[in-house]
Design a protein. Structure first.
Ligand code: UDP
Length: 445
């Protein structure tokens, strides 16, 4: 199947002055079509999917390149009108750990370039997600039949940020650290998801400030909006009167699940709470019998070791269309992450009018206004997390006030505005502007 057609008037777009005719998004290690909530599929997948589809709505057809992980995947899969996901052969057509993908990038880049040649498509802007894709974009520019379009890099997280909060076993390899140091020079521009990330790129990597634009990810307000709590609980088969803390996320140490596990016994012992709260845990895998398996099994074991197994309800990962039900059913959403570049779950919950108690880290510092649209607590501090959750659960007035603030606050991140901001950044790059990448894109504040 051929890629989605260009909008009029010209086939290649180079017959007109319009500098932006088609974009390429590179997402080597994970696909926007992947099931969310597993180890490596979460916010970035959602981001790439939503960005691509909103760019297409703005008149910018987009191809998303990802590594082929199954021989059965068609080369081109339509994602939404104007957007195709292109499965690129690189290494075996099976899942490969992302730490082993770097040596496959030359093949990936060569096949990506070949695809474009074969299909007769050219790109005016290339947007690379994560460090592996940045390197693939760089290689695509260095190849014989090279791409000449400007490329914009988005790290989503950097190894430096991740290592700052990772345990010894989860540290990122030197190769990633080194490559991330090179990419700001190789890219024509960088998009940071929050102002701290921009400062990090500028101060630590020495990236010229004019090359970096902060544009946060968006949230789908058509999907995430307030719904009736009772009806949501009835649909999910949950009791109507149980205090409910919701966790949604990948089962990854960075999500601070250990902090949540340690906070739950404290919550269960809190005398201010007339009923012990339950944690509804969305993410990870269940086996055929509905029991946690893989990394989620270890979360369940740790809950058992703490004597709070009855306080957890593991429902596995859920299709995103179902998540509004889970948010609506909750009294509060816990986001205990050690680090978040943005933290989509927090903003989705806020858009549903549910207060969040989140770690004071990364993007959450800018999306959650402490005391106005949620509560921020120190990361890796179970007592502080338990206290924050208890406050929201006990104090009805506080909960309502935060819920109203959350709703207002989430509106800033509506996708149409976010995509338009990215489109303007692309436009400047495609027009050859390098002096100042960012205009009035600032959405925080
Ligand atoms: N998500 C989902 N189903 C799940 C778990 C997560 O659809 O079972 C989605 C969730 O709606 C959110 C994303 O995955 O959009 C997670 O993004 P976030 O930024 O919170 O975390 P990340 O995965 O980027 O670390």
């Amino acid at each position: 199947m051929s890629p989605a057609g260009y909008s009029d008037p010209a086939l290649f777009g180079y017959e007109t002055d319009a500098p932006l005719r088609r974009s390429a998004q590179i997402c080597v290690h994970t696909s926007p079509l992947a099931t969310l909530g597993g180890k490596d599929a979460g916010g970035m997948n959602v981001y790439v999917r939503e960005l691509a589809c909103h760019l297409a709505r703005l008149g910018l057809p987009t191809d998303v390149f990802t590594r082929r992980t199954s021989p059965d995947t068609p080369e081109v899969t339509p994602l939404c009108p104007g957007v195709s996901v292109v499965a690129v052969a690189a290494g075996p057509p099976e899942p490969v750990d992302k730490n082993d993908l770097f040596p496959l990038l030359p093949e990936f880049a060569a096949n990506m370039v070949r695809y474009a040649l074969r299909e007769g498509v050219r790109y005016d802007i290339v947007h690379a997600h994560y460090w592996l894709s940045g390197w693939a974009a760089h290689l695509a520019r260095s190849s014989k039949a090279s791409w000449s379009a400007p490329f914009v890099q988005m790290f989503h997280t950097t190894a430096h940020m991740k290592n700052a909060v990772a345990g010894a076993a989860d540290r990122e390899p030197a190769l990633r650290l080194d490559t991330e140091r090179l990419l700001p020079n190789l890219a024509d521009g960088l998009i940071s998801a929050n102002p701290d990330e921009r400062d990090d790129l500028v101060l630590r990597f020495g990236t010229p400030a004019a090359k970096v634009c902060t544009v946060p990810p968006g949230v789908d307000l058509e999907l995430f909006h307030p719904r009736d709590r009772g009806a949501a609980r009835a649909t999910l088969g949950l009791p109507g009167d149980e205090p409910l803390v919701l966790f949604v996320g990948r089962v990854d140490p960075i999500k601070g699940i250990d902090t949540l596990l340690d906070a739950v016994p404290l919550l269960a012992r809190n005398d201010d709470l007339p009923r012990k709260p339950t944690v509804l845990f969305v993410g990870g895998d269940l086996d055929a019998a509905g029991e946690p398996t893989g990394p989620l099994a270890s979360v369940a074991e740790r809950a058992t070791a703490r004597g709070v197994t009855d306080r957890f309800r593991f429902v596995g990962s859920q299709p995103q269309e179902r998540l509004p039900l889970f948010y609506a059913a909750a009294d509060v959403v816990a986001v205990p992450s050690r680090y978040e570049s943005f933290g989509l779950v927090a903003v989705e919950a806020m858009a549903c009018g549910i207060p969040v108690v989140a770690s004071r880290v990364g993007g959450l510092l800018f999306t959650v206004e402490d005391g106005a649209s949620g509560l921020l607590v120190p990361p890796q501090d179970p007592a502080a997390l338990a206290e924050g959750l208890a406050l929201v659960l006990v104090d009805d007035i506080c909960r309502r006030r935060l819920a109203a603030g959350a709703l207002r606050s989430a509106e800033r991140f509506a996708w149409p505005g976010v995509a338009a901001a990215i489109h303007r950044v692309y436009g400047r790059l495609a027009a050859g502007q390098r002096a100042e990448l960012c205009g009035d894109e600032e959405i925080y504040g």
